[in-house]
Design a protein around this ligand. Structure first.
Ligand SMILES: Nc1ncnc2c1ncn2[C@@H]1O[C@H](COP(=O)(O)OP(=O)(O)O)[C@@H](O)[C@H]1O
Ligand SMILES: CC(=O)N[C@@H](CCC(=O)OP(=O)(O)O)C(=O)O
Length: 304
């Protein structure tokens, strides 16, 4: 039965309606009991105070329902604004921030510092017990330096682009997260980690969330972004996508820009054993509950 009003049910007092709505969530709660759900909370979804309070409540509610939520957050716009305040210029190559020594200091300060603690505080205010971490804690995630190549359009020569301190996950050690999630705690993780050289690296938050979800065999990985999901050529939402279909849409250009690395991360995560990955609009209040606890679902579900 859908979450909203059932036309077959006559007008009923508000508390009765509320009770009926809560009761409708029971089969969904039972479906996900004890399951790991990784939620990637992007920087664009964080701007609005009411929305972020609703997000924190959703995460606290998941934990309260016996689910193991893990939040991996981004903070691209917030890093940009701090770099701007400090007069440090920043640029992107293939969707990744070129990160020099000065920039990585700011990235760590913003991601593992202010944003991470703010999300922890919001979940705490919603009655949950959040613990703020980054890849460095308990050596949960180690990274290797990421190199990218580009092809010069005039000469067609391929050249290596040095992105500086940008890393890609090399190892994910699930034991720290297992320990934390066995307790009443909700891990909130910033995508910053160390390399074998002992240096700090900046990791794209989508990539980081995909690696964590894959290593934990999560039941669901949710990507909260600023569009309703993957859209077709007519800009209609595609509710479900297989890996093969997703690849076709990338190849024919329907999936473009920032959606390409996101969908590629989804494909990798599903191939690594995540049951289903959903791309959904983080600007819709309570989108996490909509997706997990109602028959409506939300966004695009990508499965094998
Ligand atoms: N087929 C598509 N469906 C949905 N979004 C698309 C598609 N192709 C390109 N996009 C773009 O991808 C963007 C989402 O990627 P991105 O901006 O990197 O997200 P985030 O900052 O949340 O990680 C959308 O806002 C949209 O402009
Ligand atoms: C290497 C790289 O680009 N890292 C990202 C990390 C934050 C991020 O991914 O945040 P969103 O999810 O809000 O985009 C950055 O510096 O912006």
């Amino acid at each position: 039965m859908p979450f909203d009003d059932d036309p077959n049910v006559p007008l009923e007092p508000k508390p009765v309606r509320q009770a009926r709505l809560i009761s409708q969530a029971l089969p969904f709660m039972q479906r996900y009991t004890d399951q790991t759900i990784v939620v990637k909370y992007g920087g664009h979804a964080m701007g609005d105070a009411e929305l972020s309070a609703a997000f924190a409540r959703d995460i606290a509610l998941l934990k309260q329902s016996g689910i193991k939520p893990i939040v991996v957050h981004g903070g691209g716009p917030q890093i940009a604004s701090m770099l701007d305040k400090l007069g440090i210029e920043s640029r992107f190559e293939s969707g990744l921030r070129v990160t020099d020594e000065q920039t990585i200091e700011v990235v760590e300060m913003v991601l593992a510092g202010s944003i991470n603690k703010q999300i922890v505080q919001e979940i705490t205010s919603a009655g949950g017990k959040a613990i703020g971490l980054c890849g460095k804690d308990g050596q949960m995630v180690t990274v290797k330096k990421l190199t990218r190549t580009t092809r010069d359009t005039d000469s067609n020569i391929e050249k290596v682009v040095d992105l500086g301190f940008v890393g890609e996950p090399e190892t994910v050690n699930p034991s720290v997260l297992d320990m934390v999630t066995q307790e009443a705690l909700i891990p909130v993780i910033a995508p910053v980690a160390s390399g074998a050289d002992g240096k700090t690296y900046n990791v794209n938050a989508d990539t980081f969330a995909g690696a964590v979800a894959g290593a934990l065999n999560a039941t669901r990985l949710l990507f909260l972004t600023d569009v309703d999901g993957v859209l077709d050529a007519e800009k209609n939402l595609i509710p479900e996508l297989t890996i093969a279909k997703a690849r076709t849409l990338i190849a024919d250009g329907t999936i473009a820009g920032g959606m390409i690395p996101k969908v590629e991360t989804c494909i990798q995560a599903v191939e690594q054993g995540v049951e289903g990955v959903v791309i959904l609009n983080g600007k819709v209040p309570h989108c996490v509950l909509l997706e997990l606890f109602t028959a409506h679902g939300a966004g695009t579900l990508i499965t094998r």
